[in-house]
Ligand binder design. Structure first.
Ligand code: PGA
Length: 256
């Protein structure tokens, strides 16, 4: 059975006071292990404080990005080793805002993925097409190109990997992919994993959906066979809506 993950990507939001407040509210609501894993992704400056607040709690911590080198003259960058050091378990790699605003290429994303795995983190690799690519029918080709680098890894190396399908046109727009659209792409991704790594890994691989996930749509998304949780942006900034999403996910956990 795949344990779903609900991950809250705070992006460049929440200062110290908001971080403490939001984590406090989440800890009060989720004090014991449930059917769903929960992770939050605050900004770099608040990771250490967040890690201390989350000590001994069920909510896991992640970072939003990392650099591919372990250390050295890379002004402004943060390595996987540093993220482990401050208590992160997860790191987001290749988020569409990194790919599109900061022009990260598939090659750079692959280097980051290698660095994350080397550091013992669980990378959440984001893939997804733009609206133009969906409309011209090249979406599977685009996602296949984003997955391609994975074939360089061994089965052992990528057991810690989590995937997230995030159609770019659904991120922060209020437009969610329909459960059918999301399921079709998740099934495509799982088939790709199966072709390259076999049944064991494809049955086990967690594939999250991301893009305008809200309390109102989590259940219909999670009801689809290949959707194993969500990477939530905007709705993770409010304890009420993030908790309602976690609750919805718990109610739709499937036995697979
Ligand atoms: P959103 O963001 O939920 O605000 O659409 C999702 C994401 O960027 O991971």
């Amino acid at each position: 059975m795949r344990t779903p993950i609900i991950a809250g990507n705070w992006k460049m939001n929440n200062g110290s006071a908001e971080t403490r407040e939001l984590i406090g509210q989440l800890i009060r609501r989720f004090s014991c292990r449930s059917k769903v894993s929960i992770a939050i992704f605050p900004s770099f400056p608040y990771l250490y404080e967040s890690s201390r607040l989350l000590e001994g709690k069920v909510i896991r911590l992640g970072a939003q990005d990392l650099h591919w080198e372990t250390q050295g003259a890379f002004t402004g960058e943060v390595s996987g080793m540093m993220l482990r050091d401050v208590g992160c378990d997860y790191v987001i790699v290749g988020h569409s805002e990194r790919r599109h605003i900061f022009k990260e290429s598939n090659e750079q994303v692959l280097l980051k993925l290698k660095a994350a795995l080397r550091a013992g983190l669980h990378p959440i690799l984001c893939v997804g097409e733009t609206l133009e690519e969906r409309e011209d029918g090249s979406m599977e080709q685009v996602v296949r190109a984003q997955l391609k680098g994975l074939s360089e890894f061994t089965l052992e190396e990528i057991t810690n990997l989590v995937l997230a399908y995030e159609p770019v046109w659904a991120i922060g727009t209020g437009k969610t992919a329909s459960p059918e659209e999301a399921q079709n792409m998740h099934a495509f991704i799982r088939r790709w994993i199966q072709k390259h790594f076999g049944n064991y890994l494809s049955d086990k691989m967690i594939i999250l959906y991301g893009g305008s996930v809200k309390p109102e749509n989590i259940k219909e998304l999670m009801a689809r066979p290949d959707i194993d949780g969500a990477l939530v942006g905007g709705a993770s900034l409010d304890a009420g809506s993030f908790s309602a999403i976690i609750q919805g996910a718990c109610e739709t956990v499937k036995e697979n």
